[in-house]
Design a protein around this ligand. Structure first.
Ligand code: ZN
Length: 248
């Protein structure tokens, strides 16, 4: 089986469609797992939720999903993110109830992977950037593998006593395959579909091949200008529009 792993779609339907097309071009997709922030920032929140639900997605909630429905306030957001969250709130249509029902943490049916947006210490908010955060996350990880989003940067964290910090972190390039180990915990971040932040504006996602036992990161070009035009028409903040072109 091949599972598409997506995160941080951020209401960018052009990017989501491009990623799903790319995944299906190499063979049938048997499932989609989503690590949160399906909405927020971008111009097509209800359409992105509908597209993922159509694919019977297994998903968790992100901070932007919670803020968009009003389940959580926007006090922790910067001004642009708060503006976008309030705009999103008015454009969710029937996606709100679905987003509110998403869990903060879930596991895949085989109980091999734990899915969470931030970290297992602070599921909605914590960025897995530091060794300290990675260790705190790994300590709470009950499955061998976990999948996180939130940073919008494709990353591998490998746990192991032989590492100086109890774990090591690696950036994952386009096309890089991670073989799933059977003797150590790992954390994978597929990068962001709808708002990459590693300086590469192409949409990022990963494919889990259950037979090969690998997770492979891919970068996919999409029509950035189309999403930007929709954001402009919606009156979304300039900085959010501009950042898509530079991947920051
Ligand atoms: Zn995000």
């Amino acid at each position: 089986m091949r599972i598409a792993i997506v995160s941080d779609v951020h209401a960018n339907l052009a990017a989501l469609e491009a990623v799903l097309r790319h995944a299906e071009a190499a063979g049938p997709i048997d499932g989609v797992w989503c690590l949160g922030d399906t909405v927020g920032y971008g111009p097509q929140p209800s359409q992105c939720v509908a597209r993922l639900r159509e694919a019977h997605v297994l998903a968790v909630a992100g901070n932007h999903d919670r803020a968009a429905t009003g389940m959580m306030g926007t006090e922790e957001f910067n001004a642009d993110a708060a503006t976008a969250a309030l705009w999103t709130r008015g454009h969710l249509e029937d996606a709100a109830a679905y987003l509110d029902a998403l869990p903060e943490v879930t596991q895949d049916p085989q109980r091999e992977f734990t899915l969470v947006h931030g970290t297992l210490r602070w599921p909605l908010w914590e960025y897995l950037y530091s060794y300290e955060a990675a260790r705190a996350h790994l300590d709470r990880q009950e499955t061998l593998f976990s999948l996180v989003g939130h940073t919008h940067v494709p990353t591998l964290v490998a746990g192991g006593a032989e590492f100086e910090h109890g774990c090591e972190m690696y950036y994952l390039e386009d096309g890089q395959s991670v073989p799933l180990p059977d003797d150590r915990k790992i954390v994978l971040n597929p990068g962001g579909v709808g708002q990459p932040r590693d300086g590469d504006p192409r949409a990022a996602y990963a494919i889990y091949d259950t037979e090969a036992r690998t997770v492979t990161v891919h970068r996919v070009e999409y029509d950035i200008g189309a999403t930007q035009a929709l954001m402009e028409a919606a009156g979304l903040p300039r900085r959010l529009i501009d950042r898509l072109a530079v991947g920051r």
